[in-house]
Design a protein around this ligand. Structure first.
Ligand SMILES: [Zn+2]
Length: 626
C-alpha cells in the first residue's frame, strides 16, 4: 500500500518497523522508545499532511510482560481511580485499563498515561467500569479481546480497501428503499455510488411475520457480496434486528455505529433469539452471528469524520432518540453530494438526552422519519407526563400494580429518571420499581457511557453525585421465579418490562397474570404497530388470545388500559421545527419511516411551508440523488 510505504520512508526504516491500518486509521510500530514517547509533534504534522489519524506503538515483543505491567500500573495510578481490571491486546501492544473514574487517569496533562507508556511500552486505553455490573456487557467486550489477532487483520484489510485509488468514473449517487418506505419497520436503505455499496440499518418489522418482516434483501440492487459497509443508526430492532443475518449470509465487512449502539444491539439481538426459541420458532440467525456482528463493529464517536470507502466519508451526530442513537451524514466523493439520514430522532431535550443535532457542514438530501408526522400527531408531552404520574398514583391508591411494556432502550430509562425524581420529592408514594431482565443490563450500559447522556443528567451524575439509575428503589428481576414473586407480592409496585409492543418476552408474562384484575393498570408508552398484541389491546380489544405451550389461550382484559403519548420520536411539530432549523437548508427531503398517510401528510406540509422538494418513496423504489 503506497500510503503506508510513503509514511515509513518519511520517518525512516530505522524508526518504523511495521505499519498497519486500523480501519481508517494508521498505526506505526516502532523499536524507538523516543518516537513512541515524544514523537507527538512529528506525527501530528504527518497526520495533517496525509489527512489520516496516525498513532505510534512499540513493537509487541518490546512491551513488558503482562504481570510486570499490572504491577507497574497499580503503583503508578492513584487508588481513587478505582482500577477494576486490565485486559491486554498483545497484537496491538495495547492494554485496556478498566477504571471506575477514568478521568483521574487521563487528566493531569496525561502524566499517568505517559508514565505507563514509558515504564511498560504498552499503549494504554482507559475504559469506564459501569457502576452497575452486568455479565452480558463483560461477555460482549470479551468477544473483542479473545479475537484480537483476527480483529487486527480485519482492520488492516479494511484500511487497504479504503485507500484504493479513487476511480475517475463520473460520480453519481443512488438511494434504494429495501424497507421503511411508507411504513414503520424493517428500516434498510441502500446507498450506491460508482465505488461504494453501503446499507444504513437492517431491521425487522416487529408487527409482521416471516418474509414480510424482512427488508427486501432480494431486490436486484442488493448483492451482499458487494456490500462495503453497514451503518447502524441505533439499537432498536426495527433498525438493527437483521444485521446478524448479513453475517449469516457471509458478509464480513464492518458495521459502523456508536459503542453504546453496539452493546445495546447485541443485548437486544441475543434476547430476540431467546424469545423466538421460547415460542418454538427457529431464530433468523444464531448467537454466533451476533458475535460476528460485535467482532466486526467499528465504534465511532459523534462528530468524528471517518473514511468508510474510497468515495464516502461518514460522520455520526446525536439524534436524541435513545442512548447512542445517531444521525448519519455521508459526504459522497469529496462534497459531490451530502446526505443526512436522521433515522429515529427526537428534536427536544428529554430527561436523558440532548435534542437531535441540526447543524451540518453541508446537506443536500435530508432523509427524515415520520413516525408521528401526521397533522394530528401533536403530543402534549408535559400533560402526558402528568397523566402518567396521576395514573401511577391512582393505581397505587387502590393497591394495584402498574405494568409498563417498554422498548429495551429509550422510554424505559426516561421513566426511571422521572419516577426516581418524583419518589425522591415525595410526589408519588415510594414503591419498588421492578426492572425486568435485559432492561437492567441496558440501564447498566447507560451508566457505562455517561458521555452519551444529556447535559443535565451528566451534571447530576458527576457534579451532584446522584446517579438516578443507581437508586435503591430499582430492583432487578432476573428469572421466572422472581417474576412470579413480583406478581404474587402484596401491595403496589411499578413494573417495567420488554417487549414494548407485547410481542413476547416478560411483558406478556406479566400481562397474563395481571390483566384480569381491575386494580392493576397497563400503560402503553411506545408506538404499537398494526398486528401486534399491544395494538389490539390499545384499540380496545377486551378479549385476547395468547400462545401458551403451543395452544392459544383466551384472557379478558379487566385491568385499566392507558396510553401515554410520549415517545422518543419527534412529534409533528418537532419534525417541522427540525426542518426549519436544519442548517444548511436541504434541497430535497425524503420522508420515510411512518404510516403512508403520515409520510404523505408531512411531505406535503414541508413543501407548502418551506418550498423544499419532497419525495415519499415506497419500498423497492430507487432515487437518483445526483
Ligand atoms: Zn428507534
Amino acid at each position: 500500500m503506497t500510503i503506508l510505504k510513503d509514511l515509513v520512508e518519511r520517518l525512516g526504516e530505522n524508526q518504523v518497523s511495521e505499519a498497519h491500518f486500523e480501519g481508517a486509521n494508521i498505526v506505526l510500530y516502532t523499536r524507538e522508545k523516543d518516537l513512541f514517547l515524544n514523537g507527538r509533534d512529528k506525527i501530528k504534522d504527518l497526520a495533517k499532511e496525509f489527512k489520516k489519524r496516525i498513532s505510534v506503538r512499540m513493537l509487541p515483543k518490546l512491551c513488558s510482560s503482562e504481570e510486570d505491567t499490572r504491577n507497574i500500573i497499580s503503583k503508578l495510578i492513584p487508588k481513587d481511580a478505582g482500577v477494576d481490571h486490565i485486559i491486554f491486546d498483545p497484537p496491538r501492544s495495547t492494554c485496556i485499563i478498566h477504571a471506575e473514574k477514568p478521568g483521574l487517569i487521563t487528566s493531569k496533562s496525561a502524566e499517568h498515561i505517559h508514565n505507563i507508556k514509558n515504564k511498560t511500552g504498552w499503549a494504554p486505553e482507559i475504559k469506564r467500569v459501569p457502576p452497575i455490573k452486568s455479565k452480558l456487557i463483560d461477555s460482549i467486550r470479551s468477544v473483542l479481546y479473545e479475537n484480537a489477532d483476527y480483529r487486527k487483520k480485519f482492520l488492516n484489510q479494511l484500511g487497504e480497501s479504503l485507500y484504493q485509488p479513487k476511480s475517475d468514473k463520473k460520480p453519481w449517487v443512488r438511494l434504494s428503499f429495501l424497507g421503511a418506505g411508507r411504513q414503520v419497520g424493517r428500516s434498510c436503505l441502500l446507498v450506491q455510488t460508482p465505488q461504494s455499496t453501503v446499507i444504513m440499518d437492517c431491521g425487522i418489522d416487529p408487527g409482521a411475520e416471516g418474509h414480510d418482516a424482512h427488508p427486501f434483501l432480494d431486490a436486484p440492487e442488493f448483492d451482499i457480496s458487494k456490500v462495503d459497509a453497514v451503518i447502524l443508526s441505533h439499537a432498536h430492532l426495527d433498525h438493527s434486528g437483521l444485521v446478524p443475518l448479513l453475517y449469516k449470509y457471509g458478509y464480513r465487512g464492518p458495521v459502523y455505529c456508536t459503542a453504546p449502539t453496539r452493546d445495546v444491539s447485541a443485548l437486544l439481538l441475543l434476547d430476540s433469539i431467546k424469545i423466538m426459541h421460547s415460542e418454538g420458532k427457529d431464530g433468523y440467525f444464531t448467537s454466533e452471528d451476533v458475535t460476528q456482528f460485535v467482532l466486526h463493529t467499528i465504534p465511532l464517536d459523534w462528530e468524528s469524520v471517518t473514511d468508510i470507502t474510497p468515495d464516502l466519508r461518514l460522520t455520526l451526530y446525536n439524534s436524541g432518540h435513545i442512548l447512542g442513537s445517531s444521525i448519519i451524514h455521508l459526504n459522497v466523493n469529496n462534497g459531490f453530494h451530502n446526505l443526512v439520514y436522521t433515522a429515529d430522532m427526537k428534536y427536544a431535550r428529554t430527561n436523558v438526552l440532548e435534542p437531535a443535532h441540526t447543524y451540518f457542514p453541508r446537506v443536500e438530501t435530508l432523509i427524515v422519519e415520520s413516525t408521528y408526522g401526521g397533522k394530528g400527531n401533536v403530543l402534549a408531552e408535559k400533560e402526558a407526563d402528568e397523566y402518567m404520574v396521576q395514573t401511577i398514583i391512582d393505581t397505587f391508591n387502590r393497591g394495584g400494580k402498574v405494568l409498563m411494556p417498554v422498548l429495551g432502550s429509550g422510554r424505559a430509562q426516561e421513566v426511571m429518571v422521572i419516577c426516581e425524581r418524583l419518589m425522591r420529592e415525595g410526589r408519588i408514594p415510594k414503591a419498588p420499581t421492578y426492572i425486568d431482565g435485559m432492561l437492567w443490563d441496558i440501564t447498566a450500559i447507560h451508566t457505562a457511557y455517561p458521555e452519551f447522556l444529556g447535559r443535565n443528567l451528566r451534571e447530576q451524575i458527576f457534579n451532584k453525585g446522584n446517579n438516578p439509575f443507581l437508586s435503591e428503589m430499582f430492583k432487578r428481576v432476573g428469572s421466572s421465579k422472581e417474576r412470579k414473586e413480583v406478581i404474587d407480592m402484596e401491595g403496589s409496585c411499578l413494573i417495567l418490562a420488554t417487549s414494548g409492543m407485547l410481542t413476547g418476552g416478560p411483558s406478556v408474562q406479566y400481562l397474563k397474570s395481571l390483566c384480569e384484575d381491575k386494580r392493576h393498570s397497563l400503560i402503553f408508552s411506545c408506538y404499537q404497530p398494526r398486528g401486534s398484541l399491544g395494538h389490539r389491546i390499545r384499540e380496545g380489544d377486551k378479549q385476547i388470545q395468547v400462545a401458551e405451550d403451543g395452544k392459544m389461550r383466551a384472557y379478558n382484559i379487566q385491568m385499566d388500559v392507558h396510553k401515554v403519548e410520549i415517545t422518543s420520536h419527534s412529534d409533528r411539530r418537532q419534525l417541522m421545527n427540525y426542518i426549519k432549523r436544519c442548517q444548511p437548508t436541504p434541497r430535497k427531503v425524503v420522508v420515510q419511516h411512518g404510516e403512508s398517510s403520515r409520510c404523505l401528510d408531512l411531505a406535503s406540509s414541508i413543501y407548502k411551508t418551506f418550498r423544499i422538494e419532497t419525495v415519499v418513496p415506497r419500498n423497492l423504489e430507487t432515487l437518483r440523488l445526483r
